[in-house]
Write a protein of this length. Structure first.
Length: 467
């Protein structure tokens, strides 16, 4: 195995409660040829309706669900948060509240030759109430109706300073390879997501900070608000389909209110500035520590989200990027994209036509029926195959032009599909697809607790076969 090939895994500390620290790390090195641990260190639990898996000590049998509460699994250094009203909360879970899980991991990983990254999040919704940072309300974004949303605002100085303090805390105080950051702001309340007109959620952010930022750019926030509200009203109009069709009517509204798309641009620019500030803060404190970014599946499966995120600029704020090229999860997101565009913009067009259009836009092969494994794991009826992994890896590497490594994020899959030949599908085929397309490494997602032993070992076989 080449030294430069990174094989990483995302890991929640609650795994240690059931499987042990050293045992878990040794198992990952032995089974999967892992050489980098991405430990969830701050600001992430399981969302309201999600549960992790609790395995036995040998990672052979699932004993039941586990609800991670979130908060800080590392020990926050509170003096660094003086510049914000937001204060970090130590993880309240029994067995984790009285230890520094990041230090514990570092101590166990170093003798095994494993790199350690602190994985930090800005996801509010994934923390249980008792683990949310204090004074949360002061930093919440505001939706188009004026309601607080479960998403921080990047223009809010308290929120920005909290994210920068969280960055400094982990870069300054831990002997780690670097930080690995996941921003989950591509959710249903971002403008780009709303342009597919989902059934739930409202576009953000219309707080005073964002209205001021727009005004400095010469954009009228009140008109952006009116434009979004007209799109919402048009979709729910009782008189049925507009005479010119839903697509033309939506275009008419956006032409009349160009501020709707300007609001997407504002959101994108603000987010990009946050990336740059985090990267600059980390490098100012310790230039040798790496900053890597998770890029969520909507960027691979939603047209406006893809347009809003440009891999070609990633080198300005990244030492590496990890695109989520998750076969089953991405297929589910693609299906949602088709559904929302069909119902919101093209309801007078057959759904199959909308799907074919998006497949052609993205250059994807059609997803195929998912096996029971993927149905149970992701609740999706379809999934993409290794061709999707190869296609996206090639595309993203062309965009980054060799300026930053690409560590492809892979879904957990069965070693071999029961419904196809060994060579076409399965975990090993996806690993090979990423590496054959030139990826400098892979990162196993969602999290270690999602992976059965046979899939972990399939990764190891694929990696070692390339040695």
């Amino acid at each position: 195995m080449k030294d430069e090939l990174l094989v990483g895994v995302q890991l929640f500390p609650f795994t240690y409660l059931h499987e042990g620290v050293e045992q878990t790390l040794k198992r990952l090195r032995e089974w999967s040829a892992v050489n980098a641990i991405m430990l969830v260190s701050a600001n992430r639990g399981e969302s309201k309706y999600a549960f992790g898996k609790r395995w036995d000590s040998g990672h052979e049998n699932v004993l039941g669900p586990y609800k991670a509460k979130g908060g800080f699994y590392s020990n926050p250094h509170l003096d660094l948060y003086d510049g914000t009203a937001l204060k970090p909360v130590k993880c309240p879970e029994e067995g984790l509240s009285d230890i520094d899980s990041l230090d514990v991991t570092i101590d166990a990983a170093r003798p095994l030759g494993l790199k350690v990254y602190a994985m930090i999040f800005e996801a509010l919704y994934a923390n249980q109430p008792e683990a949310l940072y204090k004074n949360t309300a002061i930093a919440l974004a505001q939706d188009v109706l004026g309601r607080p949303a479960m998403q921080g605002c990047y223009n809010n100085p308290h929120y920005r300073n909290f994210l920068l303090a969280m960055t400094e805390d982990h870069i300054r105080n831990y002997d780690i390879e670097g930080i690995y950051i996941e921003f989950e702001g591509w959710g249903m309340q971002s403008p780009s997501y709303f342009l597919g007109l989902p059934n739930k959620g409202m576009p953000i952010c219309f707080c005073d900070h964002c209205m001021d930022a727009a005004r400095k750019r010469g954009w009228d926030g009140d008109r952006a608000r009116k434009g979004f509200l007209e799109l919402i009203e048009r979709r729910g109009a009782p008189d049925g389909m507009p005479d010119d069709g839903a697509f033309v009517e939506s275009l008419r509204i956006m032409l009349h209110y160009p501020e709707v798309l300007a609001w997407e641009s504002l959101w994108m620019q603000t987010r990009q500035r946050m990336f740059l500030e985090i990267y600059g803060t980390a490098k100012a404190i310790d230039p040798d520590k790496k900053v890597g970014w998770n890029v969520n599946s909507p960027v691979q499966t939603m047209p406006v989200a893809r347009a809003a995120y440009d891999y070609g600029t990633a080198h300005n704020y990244s030492d590496w990027v990890k695109p989520n090229v998750h076969n089953a999860f991405a297929a589910g997101m693609f299906d949602q994209s088709v559904h929302r565009i069909h119902h919101g913009l093209l309801p007078d067009t057959p759904r199959e036509t909308v799907m074919d259009l998006l497949l052609n836009v993205f250059g994807y092969e059609p997803p195929f029926e998912a096996e029971p494994f993927a149905r149970e794991r992701f609740g999706t009826k379809t999934r993409f195959g290794p061709q999707f992994v190869e296609h996206e890896t090639l595309r993203i590497r062309r965009k980054v032009q060799g300026r930053v490594p690409v560590y492809v994020g892979l879904d957990v899959e069965p070693p071999v599909s029961k419904d196809a030949s060994d060579s076409l599908r399965g975990m090993e085929a996806s690993v090979n697809a990423a590496l054959n397309a030139g990826a400098e490494g892979i990162i196993m997602g969602q999290f270690y607790h999602d992976w059965p032993r046979e899939s972990l070992e399939a990764v190891g076989r694929a990696i070692r076969a390339r040695a």
